[in-house]
Design a protein. Structure first.
Length: 215
């Protein structure tokens, strides 16, 4: 099976209180080149400082003293953006639906086919890589926006409203030439080669008519 994007850096966490299952899943995943860390309890996993790398979590739905669904809720409450693949020997339709609605990427009943587990992990890692790529893009966009002056941000917001340079000049009490200068500087700082791209980036930031990103 081919590796996923950034598979060399990716890591798969496995939480199951059954030592034999942890070993079996770990051996399967390592056989296709994944890095794997296993935990006997959700507490051990939550206490682990996670690496800055694409990752996913394989979580047993029935852990000793705590359900995997409760752990899923804890992970969400802690703001840990990790895709979860559930596995269970006791799952039912209602449980799987609840897990999927809460954001799980897959729900595998034991005993599962090796390929089903490999496919689920591949999909989960691809999803996490896409999230990380989106986060990096958003962070770069916000950084670029922060380099704009107050005037440039105001012009940007008025451009988003669809105003022409002449209208923006009237709104801001400036000359049209000055508005063109501010707009050109803002577009350069935002790395926008076209007005359409400039507007799209402003909208992605949630820029309001007041020249500030929206909530």
């Amino acid at each position: 099976m081919s590796a996923q994007p950034d598979a060399e850096a990716a890591i798969v966490y496995v939480v199951d209180d059954d030592a034999s299952m942890r070993t079996a899943v770990s051996m399967l995943l390592r056989s296709v080149g994944h890095r794997v860390e296993t935990f006997a309890s959700a507490q051990d996993f939550l206490a682990r400082e996670r690496e800055d790398a694409p990752a996913c979590l394989i979580l047993d739905v029935r852990l000793r003293g705590q359900s995997g669904l409760a752990v899923q809720a804890q992970i969400a409450a802690a703001g840990i953006p990790i895709p979860i693949v559930f596995m269970t020997a006791h799952g039912d339709i209602a449980m799987s639906v609840k897990a999927m609605k809460a954001g799980a990427v897959d729900f595998l009943a034991k005993p599962f086919r090796d390929q089903d587990m490999l496919d689920a992990v591949a999909g989960a890692l691809a999803r996490d890589e896409e999230r990380r790529r989106s986060d990096r893009s958003g962070a770069e966009l916000r950084h670029r926006y922060e380099t704009l002056t107050a005037r440039e941000r105001e012009v940007m917001a008025l451009v988003v409203r669809g105003l022409l340079n002449k209208q923006i000049a009237a709104e801001m009490g400036l000359s049209e030439i000055t508005v063109k200068m501010y707009r050109g500087q803002a577009m350069r700082k935002m790395a926008s080669r076209s007005l359409a791209d400039f507007v799209l980036k402003a909208e992605a930031l949630g820029v309001t008519s007041g020249g500030r990103p929206g909530a």
